[in-house]
Design a protein around this ligand. Structure first.
Ligand code: GTP
Ligand code: MG
Length: 219
């Protein structure tokens, strides 16, 4: 590495996107994230308490994209806490379980929460999870209709078989990247700063705003 390349190789990533996973309890949010980051699939159910996050790095169009994916608890008692995590998010994935009609109908609730608390430019994705199961309580066309209604990306996924899991998250990251390009124009290679502290006032580094809920330090 030399000064001529601006130290690019020393940097961990070019862009950092914050993505939120929401949806009712038991729909498979944690399982999808575990699958995506390469931790496989666990059949037993352990409810998420509060909010957790994991990191996954991708390379898209020669840019190193770091995804900070927040896995939230679906249980109703955590709703106020989860609401506070929408702020500063670049993407929101609303997950439902195709074998649980109620979780499908509750997508509207999660979308309303997103509209209320997230940035206007947030990219939305709907994931119809557990596609490996046969006893579905909604149809593929209903899922498609919902995605059209919200102009959202939409995938049928299975954390168990891993169907579409990687594709879904990668497509979401691509879409966010593309939207930012439309807004800011093509980014030069060296405009992105070091990791940003969550919990500080709105910070602008290069192209990315990142603001998380208080008390959560990210490095
Ligand atoms: P909360 O943390 O309570 O909000 O739940 P969650 O949405 O994170 O659900 P979790 O990932 O813990 O999965 C709930 C249950 O569904 C677990 O028993 C998983 O093994 C199971 N599960 C998750 N995804 C799939 C899937 O794609 N197919 C099948 N068959 N089971 C799944
Ligand atoms: Mg969970």
């Amino acid at each position: 590495m030399s000064d001529a390349d601006g130290g690019r190789d020393e940097r961990e990533y070019d862009v950092l996107f914050k993505i939120l996973l929401v949806g009712d309890a038991n729909v498979g949010k944690t399982s999808l994230l575990s699958r995506f980051i390469g931790e496989g699939f666990v059949e037993s159910y352990k409810a998420t308490i509060g909010v957790d996050f994991r990191i996954k790095s991708l390379e898209i169009d020669q840019r190193r994209v770091k995804l900070q994916i927040w896995d939230t608890a679906g249980q109703e008692r955590f709703a106020p806490l989860v609401s506070s995590y929408f702020r500063g998010g670049h993407g929101v994935a609303i997950v439902y379980d195709i074998t649980n009609r109620e979780s499908f109908e509750r997508v509207n609730h999660w979308a309303n929460l997103m509209r209320e608390h997230a940035n206007e430019a947030v990219e939305m994705m709907i994931l119809d999870n557990k596609s490996d199961l046969e006893n579905r309580e909604e149809s593929v066309s209903e899922g498609a209709e919902l995605a059209t209604k919200y102009e959202a990306l939409w995938w049928e996924t299975s954390a168990m078989s891993s169907e579409n899991v990687e594709t879904a998250f990668t497509t979401l990251a691509q879409k966010i990247l593309q939207n930012r390009r439309l807004t800011y124009g093509p980014a030069p290679v060296q405009v992105y700063g070091p990791p940003v502290l969550i919990g500080t006032p709105l910070t602008q580094r290069g192209c990315c705003h990142l603001l998380g809920p208080p008390g959560n330090a990210y490095h």
